[in-house]
Design a protein. Structure first.
Length: 267
């Protein structure tokens, strides 16, 4: 993944301009289709060409620490707060949220749709030894999945043949789950925008532990003087404003809203 990110970075750097901003975003944000709605509006409204580097949250944070991007848009709160506390980012601004869902074979062999909470749903998958696809890429989704397994007092990554780590983004992981007829944790937006559903269905949602917050963090110029903090601040103001609210709340697939805007004014 590091080699691929480096290759993308070389190509990306060649096309960046003085009016561009380098933004590392999660694959789930890209797979949702929301970027295709927001980026043209940003260009039209404030003249900023946002160049995306699409990676997992862990990699996005590493790019931010190295100063390879001007800002990041990710969804792993504890890691984000640590990033800011250590001085790599100027501040964390919440932008929007959705939720994680458990997807799996429509026949639901593990019976998770009847589970009282998400840990019981995961325990049912483990007890049934039903195939489960994990992103395995240190993304925000992967980090949440690991947290949920730990809450269920389970560690399927250790010698569980039914647990398949693919080391890929959300779209590729969903494709793998579709091919294997396996269970998977997905963000709702990526699932709704996913075309190759095959025999999969959304089987479990609603637990408060599946809440999925996306936040924006400008990289700190005190650490990385070359970053474009002016452009990063300009984008932050746009992302937390009325125009972004209308586009984010208005983005729907099949009549279902994919994200809810929840940015707050700075105090």
């Amino acid at each position: 993944m590091m080699r691929m990110a480096a290759l993308i970075w070389l190509v990306w750097s060649a096309v960046a301009s003085a009016d561009s901003l380098r933004l590392a975003v999660t694959t789930s944000f890209q797979n949702s289709g929301l970027a295709d709605i927001l980026l043209p509006a940003i260009k039209n409204d404030i003249g900023l060409d946002v160049q995306l580097l699409v990676v997992g949250t862990g990699q996005a944070l590493r790019l931010g620490r190295a100063g390879d991007v001007d800002a990041i848009l990710v969804h792993s709160r504890a890691a984000e707060e640590e990033f800011v506390a250590r001085g790599y980012g100027t501040r964390r601004r919440e932008i929007m949220y959705n939720d994680f869902v458990l997807v799996g074979p429509a026949s639901d062999p593990a019976g998770i749709s009847a589970a009282p909470d998400v840990t019981e749903a995961l325990a049912a998958i483990a007890n049934a030894r039903a195939l489960f696809v994990s992103r395995g890429d240190d993304s925000g989704t992967h980090r949440r999945e690991r947290m949920l397994w730990a809450a269920a007092d389970l560690d399927p990554a250790r010698n569980s043949p039914w647990y398949k780590e693919v080391g890929a983004g959300m779209g590729a992981s969903l494709n793998t789950a579709a091919g294997l007829d396996a269970y998977i944790l997905s963000d709702r937006a990526s699932w709704l925008n996913f075309a190759n559903k095959a025999g999969l269905a959304l089987l479990y949602s609603g637990d408060q532990r599946l809440f999925n917050q996306y936040s924006y963090i400008p990289v700190n110029p005190a650490r990385q003087p070359h970053v474009d903090i002016k452009a990063a601040t300009q984008l932050e103001e746009w992302l937390t404003g009325a125009r972004a609210r209308a586009l984010i709340d208005g983005y729907k697939i099949g009549g279902q809203q994919l994200f809810v805007f929840n940015a707050q004014d700075l105090k």
